[in-house]
Design a protein around this ligand. Structure first.
Ligand SMILES: Cc1ncc(COP(=O)(O)O)c(C=O)c1O
Length: 399
């Protein structure tokens, strides 16, 4: 018996790759500040738990494959309040997180051997899903020097080849925190029209946009309705990662008919979590405002502290809760591992995600790391200071 080549080609998650070293460090008594995983530490609104506690049936049955109508309606209203029209009846399907929504979208628009255009660096789990379903990424580069803005029209256009079926972007971006301007989004839309591609817009971080900037969704652009597939999730929006509830929305009726088949094949998304998620949409906008302000404070902290480290190339991320700086080291993965195995200050150290795993066919990420600012400001300051001291020591040892 042999495991498949397909599964062998799935890489270890860039975010969790160093976990065995972190486990060993914890066992030896070290305290680790986790900046490697983007799981918000903010509370899930009580509406979720109340709704689940109020469940009074004697059986947890399957929900409809398309999702509970109440949740589809709540999602549709959420969009409507943001000037986006998706009908609850046949334009929204509830999924097990945005992750499942992405699997459905990719299966629905690609065949084996096709590719999907995205930017370097990209959310590393995209790669796992690409390999799972037998497709490849096709990439264009974005750069730390300009805060990972999208490149010009020609660069994006010329990255498309005959096997490209869709362009996929996370906006606001995981891993870079870039938030694309209206002009950048229109540029991508123009390429998609020119090359007849689907647009898969992963907008799970839409609430996390800073400096009073307005977020512009692909769904606000006219003329691409038929080619747009919008992925969404309650994971980050309501700090409810463990509920595993997301959605896929599209105005393309043929496409949605096919996706219903995929949804039916996996029966349903979790029932109780859908009931809880429906009530989450009752929370006041003040909830989003409070969370947004907290993350902006964290963004400011991280940016300020990173600027104090010699030789680090950084920028102020405009959204999400990630920043992807470049360190003055040749191999950031080795450094990140060393921080866990060989370094501590008074028994404390930091875990970060090496940048390499967020790139395809590129070595640029070798000197980069991704930091998730999901800790309070005080802890973030301590963590970045540990990074600074660790970096000094590491450079001395390796010079
Ligand atoms: C850009 C992006 N898309 C999708 C997901 C997956 O979200 P979900 O928890 O809804 O599956 C994540 C999770 O970190 C993410 O960062």
């Amino acid at each position: 018996m042999k495991v498949s080549q397909r599964v062998k080609e799935v890489p270890y998650s860039a975010i969790r790759k160093l976990t065995p070293y972190a486990d060993a460090a914890k066992k030896s008594g070290k305290k680790i500040y986790h900046l490697n995983i983007g799981e918000p530490d903010t509370r899930t609104p009580k509406e979720f738990f109340e709704a689940v506690q109020d469940f009074n049936q004697d059986r947890v049955g399957y929900a409809p494959s398309k999702g509970l109508l109440e949740l589809r309606e709540a999602t549709s209203k959420y969009y409507k309040d943001r000037a986006i029209a998706y009908d609850a009846e046949d334009e929204i399907i509830i999924t097990a997180g945005a992750s499942e929504a992405l699997v459905f979208a990719l299966i629905a628009v690609t065949d084996l051997g096709d590719n999907v255009l995205t930017c370097n660096p990209f959310y590393s789990n995209y790669y796992t899903i690409f390999r799972q379903i037998g497709i490849k990424p096709q990439t264009f580069d974005t750069k730390v020097e300009d805060g990972y803005k999208l490149p010009d029209y020609e660069t994006i256009l010329n990255s498309v080849n005959e096997d490209t079926k869709a362009v996929l972007l996370s906006n606001p971006s995981n891993p870079t925190g870039a938030v694309y301007t209206e002009e950048e989004i229109r540029r991508v839309a123009r390429v998609a029209i020119e090359k007849d591609l689907f647009i898969i817009a992963d907008e799970v971080y839409r609430e996390f946009v800073y400096d009073n900037k307005e977020f512009m969704s692909f769904a606000e652009i006219e003329g691409i309705e038929d080619r747009l597939i919008l992925l969404d999730s309650i994971s980050k929006r309501f700090g409810a990662c463990g509920a595993r509830i997301g959605s896929i929305a599209s105005k393309n009726k043929d496409l949605m008919t096919e996706i219903v088949k995929l949804a039916t094949g996996r029966l349903a998304a979790p029932t109780l979590e859908q009931i809880g998620a429906t009530k989450l949409y009752d929370v006041q906008d003040s909830y989003f405002k409070e969370i947004n302000e907290e993350y902006q404070r964290r963004r400011d902290c991280v940016y300020e502290e990173l600027q104090k480290i010699d030789g680090v190339k950084t920028y102020a991320p405009k959204g999400a809760f990630y920043v992807m700086p470049e360190l003055p080291v040749e191999d950031a993965e080795d450094f990140a591992k060393w921080m866990l195995t060989d370094f501590d200050l008074d028994g404390e150290t930091v875990m970060v995600a090496p940048g390499f795993g967020f790139y395809h066919d590129s070595n640029v990420g070798k000197s980069q790391i991704r930091l998730a600012f999901v800790l309070n400001c005080e802890d973030l300051k301590k963590a970045i200071n540990l990074l600074k001291i660790g970096l000094d020591e590491y450079k001395k040892i390796n010079s």
